[in-house]
Design a protein around this ligand. Structure first.
Ligand SMILES: Nc1nc2c(c(=O)[nH]1)N[C@H]1C(S)=C(S)[C@@H](COP(=O)(O)O)O[C@H]1N2
Ligand SMILES: [Mo]
Length: 317
């Protein structure tokens, strides 16, 4: 849950959420041996029909914590598509229904008697120990200069800052890179009016912004871009609540209209045309927002009445 929250908060606010997320994982590790001695064994003895599901649940919890730690420490990034962090997230999603089931079928009902002084102290101690582990891990990484030192507040590692050729390309679930992304043929409309890629290029200014994918990497780049508040005519922004940015693939995101000055259409990076995979010929640059908001292959920017909170936090809208 805290992992998901870290995806939707501004980049600058992600650090405490990510630290909490890591500490919660480590606390589960502390509690596991205690649970193994107590209730889990009791459950096995009584031969509850659910015991195999409970064991699978436990193994998956430990696996996802291990994968999260592997990513955080940069000790292991996984294999190809099955990156450590993506697998960590996938298991997390699988665990959600199991967790509900686990809580609903517990033999022992939680009661207010559980919240005694000892329990509060024990939780506090486990939390402090977890934070201690994080501080030690980060200090050791800094001392040794390991690959983990490039992490930013979101927990992401640097993957190609100021080197667009090194930056990964990421398609959401079943989205595909369009076959033809040539600038000349690109049909882009802004508030209903056709705008050419050359127009954008002529009006663009260089800016540095960080693309931080929820997949666990970030890259700072110098983009040539134009702010949406300069592109949207005053008549279009007089009414309406949100800006809807739509890709040629159908992928789209809504943003509060008041944020028009903080959203940009980019046509180049590092002084060069965007590559096809990176959203050529025109993509959204959304500083301080996570990667999924950075719509690629933009074909339309419109002002709509629908409030921007009325969309799923991640695509499909
Ligand atoms: N149209 C479209 N835009 C998209 C995506 C997508 O799948 N389709 N993926 C998003 C995600 S999850 C990220 S992290 C960034 C990745 O941008 P890049 O491929 O240029 O690195 O694009 C975003 N914009
Ligand atoms: Mo992403």
């Amino acid at each position: 849950m805290s992992g998901l929250i870290s995806w939707v908060v501004p980049l600058s606010a992600a650090r405490p959420v990510v630290v909490f997320h890591a500490a919660a994982g480590l606390m589960i590790l502390v509690v596991t041996p205690l649970k193994l001695r107590g209730s889990v064994r009791a459950g096995f003895k009584r031969g509850r029909p659910s015991r195999w599901l409970s064991s699978a649940f436990g193994v998956l919890v430990l696996a996802t914590i291990a994968l999260g730690a592997a990513h955080a420490t940069a000790l292991w990034f996984g294999v190809g598509y099955w990156s450590a962090l993506w697998t960590h997230q996938l298991i997390g999603f699988l665990l959600a229904p199991l967790l509900l089931w686990h809580v609903a079928t517990r033999p022992v009902r939680p009661s207010t008697a559980d919240v005694d002084r000892r329990a509060v102290l024990a939780t506090g101690a486990a939390g402090a120990a977890a934070l201690g582990v994080i501080v030690v891990q980060e200090s050791v990484a800094r001392l040794l200069g390991t690959a983990a030192v490039d992490r930013v507040g979101t927990g992401s590692h640097d993957a190609g800052s100021f080197e667009p050729d090194a930056m990964p390309t990421v398609q959401w679930l079943d989205d595909r890179v369009p076959a033809d992304t040539s600038a000349d043929a690109w049909a882009l409309t802004i508030a209903g009016d056709a705008v050419t890629v050359d127009d954008l290029w002529a009006r663009s200014r260089p800016m540095v912004a960080r693309l931080d994918c929820t997949g666990g990497w970030f890259a700072d780049q110098s983009w040539d871009a134009v702010a949406l508040d300069e592109l949207l005519p005053p008549a279009a922004t007089a009414t309406g609540r949100s800006i809807m940015v739509t890709s040629s693939t159908g992928y789209r995101r809504l943003f509060p209209l008041v944020d028009a000055a903080e959203l940009f259409l980019a046509v180049r990076y590092d002084g060069r045309r965007l590559r096809r995979g990176h959203g050529a010929p025109v993509r959204l640059v959304a500083p301080n927002r996570r990667g999924p908001q950075w719509v690629k292959w933009v074909i339309d920017v419109s002002v709509v009445d629908r409030p921007s909170w009325l969309q799923l936090p991640l695509p499909p809208t």
